[in-house]
Design a protein around this ligand. Structure first.
Ligand code: SF4
Ligand code: SF4
Length: 462
């Protein structure tokens, strides 16, 4: 990865209105060099996959298969019945087993469909060509009916692959009469270590652009742009010519965490602010991730549902960091073994990146649609600060990109003072971890805030 000049996205006539950055945030060590140059490898189908029924924001899907039933690769196995839900498809052909209950790294216990793999499975170059390769006729999108694009995305069970896992058909459905004028495609991947989106942009730029054109057509925008941080020059190079030919702008942004958050990316490129408690649609913006765009392209143009995703397996504690195309539902322990296993120095295994990911210990934990990577940190990489008391330095306030007062939020949560937590806007916290990263007292600010948010959610559901 090479750097390009910080002022590459200067505002000015004919340029985007944003300043190419946002206020506050932090600069944790990137460590992307561990896996950035590792081309995506295609992992063969495992002996079984475990597929939780709720891998997305919204209602769980309803199984449409029974134990002992044979299923084909890509067949529908769970129907997303609520509007905010996502369908589930078989990432392997095989036989459905007894249902299981799995615990995801975020602590949620979920019902899951288990499939034992049987027979020959698509794999290798053939699978890559089917999902990412071949031609993506850019002009074809112009004649497509927006509702048909949305329907194909809905049927394919596509969710945001950047980690949030929000159903994509909902994101690109205009809300009421509010017009959406801009589609922002998020290629920031600001989370340290991870190189998933980076490799997708470098290795499948045609699919990214095709998906962006289709999503833009579905929403009816007049402008589409792709935001990429300035630590990913090769991705900018790979996309620039294709994007220009399709009328899509590339916005190069100064690297800073958490620029990949929707609100902060919109601020950086468009200088628009999503209102507190509001959505990007409220200010005329739809926003989605680059890898999600490849899933959109293959669903609409090839009728292929979401069965696989690219993940990074990285960190100083993994023997051979890689970027892998894996079937959803594969056990993370098996994936770690494909990367040579853990080093003796491995101290913590995280689903996702070190800032927003969740640590886990069970090697059977399955990859879900929202799993962007597995990061294995060494003892040295795990920042160990002896916990002490708050020294009122105010650094957590200085870095909070939502202008919150993290120390107060954490105190209110610990004291279970939900009224106070609400007054300090606890629900506006999106758990980016910047406050905990910077805190010299090593306080577990995010954990406390998360608990406070869970208590408030429980109170509301009574
Ligand atoms: S309070 Fe929330 S949004 Fe603010 S820095 Fe901490 S984790 Fe991020
Ligand atoms: S950064 Fe830590 S020590 Fe400083 S005010 Fe915030 S909570 Fe207190």
């Amino acid at each position: 990865m090479r750097l390009i000049p910080q002022n590459a996205c200067k505002p000015g006539p004919g340029m985007l209105p944003g300043r190419g950055t946002f206020a506050h945030g932090v600069h944790p060590p990137q460590r992307k060099e561990l896996s950035a140059d590792a081309p995506i490898e295609i992992v063969p189908a495992p002996a079984r996959v475990v597929l939780p029924l709720q891998q997305h924001v919204g209602g769980p899907c309803t199984p449409v298969v029974k134990p002992r039933q044979e299923v084909a690769f890509g067949e529908l196995i769970g129907r997303g019945e609520a509007f905010v839900s996502a369908a589930l498809h078989a990432p392997v052909g095989g036989v459905v087993q007894k249902p299981a209950v799995v615990t995801l790294p975020n602590g949620r216990h979920l019902q899951a469909i288990v499939i034992r793999t049987e027979g020959e499975q698509p794999g290798g170059q053939e699978l890559w060509d089917r999902l990412f390769g071949g031609r993506w006729p850019g002009k074809a999108y112009q004649s497509m009916v927006p509702e048909k694009i949305n329907e194909a995305i809905h049927n394919a069970g596509i969710v945001g692959l950047g980690g949030a896992a929000f159903p994509t058909h909902v994101k690109i459905t205009p809300v009421g009469e509010k017009p959406i004028d801009t589609l922002v495609v998020n290629g920031c991947e600001c989370e340290p270590y991870l190189t998933t989106d980076y490799r997708v942009m470098v290795e499948a730029p045609e699919a990214v652009v095709a998906g962006a054109l289709l999503a833009g057509r579905a929403v009816g925008v007049r402008r589409t742009l792709i935001g990429i941080e300035d630590n990913k020059l090769e991705a900018v190079d790979a996309l620039r010519r294709l994007a220009a030919g399709a009328g899509i702008r590339i916005a190069v942004l100064r690297t800073k965490y958490p620029q990949g958050s929707e609100k902060h990316l919109i601020k950086a490129v468009l200088d628009r602010e999503v209102p507190l408690g509001g959505l990007p649609a409220d200010i005329g913006v739809a926003i989605t991730n680059v890898a999600t765009m490849t899933a959109v392209a293959r669903a609409v143009m090839r009728g292929i549902p979401l069965t696989h995703r690219v993940i990074s397996v990285t960190g100083g504690g993994i023997v051979e960091p890689k970027n892998l195309l894996v079937p959803i539902g594969m056990a993370m322990g098996e994936i770690i073994e494909i990367c040579g296993g853990l080093r003796k120095t491995a101290a913590r295994i995280i689903a996702g990146g070190p800032m927003m990911g969740f640590a886990f210990t069970d090697p059977q934990t399955p990859v879900t649609k929202g799993t962007s990577g597995i990061t294995v940190l060494t003892h040295e990489e795990v920042r160990r600060v002896e916990q002490s008391v708050c020294v009122r330095c105010g650094r957590c306030v200085d870095v909070c990109p939502m202008n919150l007062v993290p120390t107060r939020l954490a105190m209110a949560s610990r004291a279970k003072d939900l009224g106070l937590a609400r007054r300090y806007n606890i629900m506006a916290c999106f758990e980016c971890g910047s406050c905990a990263y910077i805190c010299p007292a090593g306080l577990l600010l995010v954990q406390h805030i998360r608990t406070g948010k869970a208590l408030l959610a429980a109170e509301r559901s009574k």
